[in-house]
Write a protein that binds this ligand. Structure first.
Ligand code: C2E
Ligand code: CA
Ligand code: CA
Length: 756
């Protein structure tokens, strides 16, 4: 049942987007993790490599420098040599050969060695290459001139050697120069007067590899100077070799170590494995979470469905119909005056429940829901908004016709009696409906109006459904106002009880008094019971009112043992399963014999719930209470009830009595009614007796008792007691029955308000 109507209810399960969200978030999370891990590792490796290269570059520079310093030191040794100078001065070629030339030929300290005269020409030269004249290819005039220049500004000193890189015929040489100095005259000689010793060491691949080995620089080699490069090293594993003028002559290259990258490569496999494991685990978790979220969203949807539907009937509940009414399309229809709301309330459902039990009542509701749903069909939405309250919402361009047809279908649906177990029960609903006024932004106003119309339907017992009319507002407002006053009165103790005596015509004695409730509001003045009692009955306040009257009556009876009282019991009270207990509790509390208390009941309750009423009345009768059928002649006036239910008294309604002298028909009716009651051994009380003429007439037809202004208006207890005392005194004095309308207030001990 529920899904068809719920289909239109806007559902917003919180977890609706969770599943896709989780997947997306997880994917993003994994991606971010991977990128972050790899990015960080890559960055760290790069940093590591950069640092390694920087320190290697420093080592290359240091190695090259050390190579220069070594050659300079050797050159200093050869130059700062007294004997060498003397041999040079002597032109002792043999000595030179044996002591200087062997530095090249024997030790391979360098590749070439020359002694340059002070005037800048090569005096003697040696090379590792045995070929004569081979030195010329190295010690070119340009190099000789350049070495002269290199040492020129150096002081004459034992450590004065200078060095530079120099390119000769595509080869790069390390050149070192020192003056050949007579050490003993070093202080006095001029540098320019001294010959020079020049070493040339080629930067061969072997030498560089050896240098690399010493400094753990792999693949150190010489490369070409790239165009536009003027010096300085870089992260690429290269170092420019400059000559004395800063001109690049060669470039040292080596293979950059990449410890970071190597580490990364080493770690790559395990990292990849770990990542794979992570992705797998994450995916599994994702799938699980997704599954959980799906289950959650499903159960959430179910929960929303459940929260919006009535478990007993499967119909929408109040929340469900509210959600439906809040939907934009409904609001739009509302604005266009294309919506109608109907309220249905089962008449006297409490009586149904009390008669056939709650289980039976539930069965009736389920059956009723099914019938209503069939009647509504696809034309609208049906909701159960309370125990026995339903709501129907129809929207569309033809709401007026739709509603008319729906009312017909509803009428047919309710025509058949309901079966609940072995019981057959007729169920009727009060239906009130209201069309949404054009331009209204939501259904609030229509709901309010439908409620008012429903109340009117209930009041008038109209079965065809009542459409809201503006004129209903006044009554509604009044009803609300009275309800407020009554609530306040109950709280502030503004209710009181007055008594109207009932006179037995045969004995001419006051046999009892009817307790009648009064509401005297300090703010609003007095409100008549026939105004506030119906309000109390529809608002559930009647139980409190009834309990108050009963309590007051019992208290008064306890004080005055000669006083018997009739109390009015509303049908609503009688239907209350706790009523009998409340009643016996109260009489016991005050020690009142039940037979002193008469309970007046109207026919309504007998018609609506004959079974429960019969059951309750018999129970009350068994407990010893006296039962009176009140207002006879106003309602269904079925004589049958008198035999069917255990009444001892019948109260003929005032409307019959008023016409006694005027309508022969009414007089005949009263006559036969009295005869019948006498035959059934029932007491007959005529209500509303205002004149002696009535009294005489009623007495002549055999009426048992009278009640009315002719005897007394309803008065406060004190006045009643005084009245009764005076009445019995007169009665005792006079042989002729003498009655009169009570007029004076009699001062008595017990005081109270007189209101009639
Ligand atoms: P009712 O039970 O028929 O009570 C009799 C009503 O007729 C009283 O009106 C009374 O004042 C009025 N009445 C009595 N004699 C005459 C008469 O000679 N002429 C005229 N015109 N009226 C007469 P009241 O007290 O206004 O009560 C109205 C109705 O309110 C009662 O009708 C009864 O149905 C209901 N009611 C009053 N008290 C209670 C109560 O405590 N509980 C319940 N459930 N209903 C109550
Ligand atoms: Ca009454
Ligand atoms: Ca009455």
């Amino acid at each position: 049942m529920q899904s068809s109507v719920l289909g239109g209810v806007p559902k917003r399960p919180m977890s609706a987007g969770i599943t896709s969200g989780i997947t997306a978030n997880l994917a993003i999370g994994i991606l971010l993790t991977v990128v972050t891990i790899f990015g960080t590792a890559w960055w760290m490796a790069e940093q590591h490599d950069k640092q390694a290269n920087q320190s290697l570059e420093r080592m290359v520079v240091g190695g090259v420098d050390l190579t220069r310093r070594r050659l300079e030191a050797i050159t200093n040794d050869y130059g700062w040599w007294e004997e060498a100078y003397l041999a040079y001065e002597r032109g002792d070629a043999e000595w030179m050969d044996a002591n200087i030339g062997t530095g090249i030929t024997g030790t391979q300290i360098a590749d070439a060695l020359a002694v340059v005269t002070a005037d800048g020409t090569v005096g003697t030269a040696w090379t590792v290459d045995e070929t004569p004249e081979a030195w010329k290819a190295i010690f070119t005039p340009e190099l000789v001139a350049r070495t002269g220049k290199l040492i020129a500004d150096a002081k004459v000193d034992r450590l004065a050697a200078r060095s530079m890189f120099f390119a000769i015929a595509g080869k790069v040489y390390l050149i070192a120069v020192q003056r050949i100095t007579p050490v003993s005259k070093a202080e006095s000689v001029k540098g320019t007067d001294l010959p020079l010793v020049v070493f040339a060491q080629e930067m061969t691949a072997d030498r560089l590899l050896e240098l690399g080995r010493q400094y753990l620089i792999s693949n150190l080699r010489l490369g070409k100077v790239p165009l536009g490069v003027s010096g300085g090293g870089g992260a690429h594993g290269s170092e420019i070799l400059d000559d004395a003028d800063g001109k690049p002559v060669g470039r040292l290259l080596w293979t950059s170590p990449r410890p970071g990258r190597d580490l990364l490569l080493q770690l790559a496999a395990p990292m990849f494995g770990a990542l794979l494991a992570f992705v797998i685990v994450a995916s599994l978790i994702s799938m699980r979470v997704r599954g959980m979220a799906l289950a959650l969203s499903q159960s959430e949807e179910e929960a929303i469905g459940a929260s919006r539907s009535d478990s007993q009937t499967g119909l929408l509940n109040r929340a469900g119909i509210n959600a439906l009414m809040a939907a934009p399309d409904c609001a739009e229809r509302c604005r266009m005056g294309q919506a109608v709301v109907a309220y249905l309330d089962v008449n006297d459902f409490k009586a149904v429940n009390d008669t056939i039990g709650h289980h039976g009542g539930d069965q009736v509701i389920v059956e009723l829901a099914a019938r209503l749903e069939k009647a509504v069909g696809g034309h609208g939405h049906l909701a159960r908004i309370g125990g026995d309250e339903f709501m129907i919402l129809i929207t569309g361009p033809d709401v007026v016709d739709d509603m008319a047809r729906l009312l017909q279908r509803l009428g047919r649906a309710m025509a058949e009696p309901f079966m609940a177990g072995s019981f057959i029960q007729h169920v009727h609903c009060a239906i009130g409906y209201a069309f949404s006024p054009r331009g209204s932004k939501d259904l609030h106003e229509s709901l309010r109006r439908a409620d008012i119309a429903m109340y009117h339907a209930k009041q008038s017992r109209e079965r065809d459904g009542v459409c809201y009319e503006a004129s209903m507002e006044a009554g509604n407002e009044e009803r609300r106002r009275v309800e407020d006053i009554l609530r306040a009165a109950l709280q502030k103790g503004e209710l009181s009880v007055v008594y109207q005596p009932i006179l037995n015509l045969a004995s001419n004695r006051i046999v009892r008094a009817e307790a009648l409730v009064r509401l005297n509001s300090a703010i609003h003045g007095s409100i008549r019971p026939d105004v506030f009692i119906p309000v109390a009955e529809t608002t559930g306040l009647i139980e409190e009112v009834g309990a108050f009257v009963l309590e007051q009556a019992c208290r008064d009876m306890a004080h005055f043992p000669g006083l018997n009282v009739s109390v009015n019991i509303s049908p609503v009270q009688l239907r209350d399963p706790g009523f009998v207990a409340m009643l016996t509790g109260t009489v016991n509390k005050y020690g009142i014999e039940p037979k002193r208390l008469e309970l007046e009941l109207t026919e309504g309750v007998l018609v609506a719930a004959p079974l429960i009423a019969g059951q309750r009345l018999r129970a009350l009768r068994e407990l010893g209470f006296t039962l009176a059928l009140d207002d006879f002649g106003t309602g269904f006036s079925s004589i049958g009830y008198l035999g069917q239910f255990p009444f001892q008294c019948l109260k003929i309604d005032r409307s019959f009595i008023v016409n006694l002298g005027r309508s022969v028909k009414d007089a005949a009716l009263v006559h036969s009614l009295v005869s019948l009651c006498r035959a059934l051994d029932l007491e007959v009380v005529a209500e509303g007796v205002e004149s002696d003429e009535h009294r005489v007439m009623l007495r002549s037809v055999g009426c048992t008792a009278i009640q009315g202004y002719f005897v007394s208006k309803p008065v406060a207890l004190a006045d009643l007691l005084a009245f009764m005392a005076e009445w019995s005194k007169r009665q005792d004095q006079s042989t002729e029955p003498k009655v009169r309308l009570i007029s004076a207030r009699h001062p008595v001990k017990h005081t109270g308000n007189a209101m009639g």
